[in-house]
Ligand binder design. Sequence first.
Ligand code: FE2
Length: 211
Amino acid sequence: MQNKFLIEAFQTPEEVSSTLLPYFAKLSEDPYVDSNVRFRSYARFTLNDRGEITRLPHQSFMQSSDVNRVVGDVERHFAPMDDDMVALPEFVHLLRSFASATGLDHASGDIDVHQIRVTCSAQDTSAPAPEGIHQDGFRFVGIFCVQRQNIAGGFTQIYTSPVEQHPHLNTVLEPNQFVILDDQRYYHHISETLSSEAGEEGVRDVFVFTA
Ligand SMILES: [Fe+2]
């Protein structure tokens, strides 16, 4: 991705979200932040220079407090991602799309993937990014939307600095839309969500890729 672009956004085939959606209902609670509205799993993959993708052994996840002011320097143990889901061609398509957009498919490297569901009600907002405007501490970050059900808010916002008043990009990621950005150049944030339907739960499902 060097010298190629800083932000790339594209659409995947329709069946990617619909095929992967049922696996979000099986997620475990995230015990570290807002556990009653946040559910997640985690997996790591490695890509060799022949473009072959292999899943790496499960391990805990930690970010520095330099980039995560809420749960930085905390060793977090997330549930492993569903084995059947990661074997699906639709999931492999997402990994390959991320590798290709970032140029990893011509090199070798590791890709971390987080599967995250955030729910909300019509009364109480939920924060998909409790750490605020932030970087993830990687070279590249990708966000892929699987579902937005009854969601008001939840804007994907890209900033050039953490203290900027107005985002460089402020958009709603719809299902099957993938945005990939240079994590060293940009900061990102997802605005709070609220259910748009009284009495109905709002649900936002995404995969986050980092490399
Ligand atoms: Fe992030």
